[in-house]
Design a protein. Structure first.
Length: 279
């Protein structure tokens, strides 16, 4: 029998001291529901403070690919932290980061052989936008700063990534959008935003990118960012001709292509990594 006073104590402490990532109004009024406070997790099973066990069908934020509480991974992390807790900001990197980057280059397509290690998908996307803007600035294109994304997109919730993400639930309460973010319609054949039917649609969803680049001015657009397969917006797979056409458009108008593969990279969807880079 669980100690009800103790579970209530967890709720009160969370309500008084935690700042959740979403649903702030509801959380402020009631605090977390006890069934959603996790006490421990092992493998694919999570256990809440009431002792109820459930299967983590979403693998946390789709990032616990090897299961929870893996002793071998924890021991490897502990060994590295004892040796050196953080070498990421060293100008020369660290021996583990160099070795890892070298190993990654054996798996990625030719040309994708330099790596920046970050802590989250949001940080990765923010870094991608910064790199795109820096790239064009270093080539004399200081006005080439705009980032185009799609409706239904989810690219994270840091202040930069948030405005490439679609949806009022994610960004409507945070003031006016940051200048330089532009959206185009989603690629979604089942609910086509152009009221067309594939394949007799002329890939309007892809041509929307070309139209928007021309409208904004190619000399102002730094990059187009997109998920190869939609994640949070629904598991939506584009037609097979979509990505090759997007690659052509980006090449034609000198726009960088940023692939948000947080949910689809590294074998999760077989050959999507190769497809997304135009290989």
């Amino acid at each position: 029998m669980r100690n009800l006073a103790l579970t209530g104590d967890w709720v009160n402490k969370a309500k008084e001291h935690l700042l959740p990532s979403g649903m702030l109004d509801e959380f402020a009024k009631t605090g977390p529901v006890t069934t959603r406070i996790t006490e421990e997790a092992h493998g694919i099973i999570t256990r809440n403070i009431n002792g109820k066990e459930t299967i983590s069908g979403s693998s946390a934020a789709v990032n616990v690919n090897f299961g929870y509480s893996r002793k071998d991974i924890a021991e490897a992390a502990m060994e590295q932290m004892i040796k050196m807790s953080n070498g990421g900001f060293s100008p020369g990197g660290s021996t583990p980061s160099i070795e890892y980057a070298h190993k990654l280059a054996e798996f990625t397509p030719e040309g994708l052989d330099r790596f920046l290690f970050v802590h989250s998908g949001s940080e990765a996307n923010d870094s991608g936008y910064k790199i795109a803007r820096f790239y064009w600035s270093s080539k004399g294109g200081k006005n080439k700063y705009k980032i185009i994304s799609r409706n239904l997109a989810y690219h994270g919730l840091t202040i930069g990534a948030m405005y490439a993400t679609d949806g009022k639930i994610f960004n409507d309460a945070f003031g006016p959008p940051i200048p330089g973010y532009v959206k185009i319609p989603a690629v979604y054949c089942y609910h086509c935003p152009f009221n067309k039917t594939y394949p007799d649609c002329n890939l309007e969803c892809a041509e929307a990118l070309a139209d928007t680049i021309k409208k904004e001015g190619p000399d102002t657009v730094a990059a187009f960012v997109a998920e190869p397969i939609y994640g949070v917006g629904g598991t939506i797979i584009p037609p097979k001709e979509y990505w090759p056409r997007i690659r052509e458009i980006c090449n034609e108008y000198h726009v960088l292509l940023i692939m948000d593969e947080v949910m689809t990279g590294f074998g999760r969807t077989e050959k999507i990594l190769l497809v997304s880079t135009g290989e």
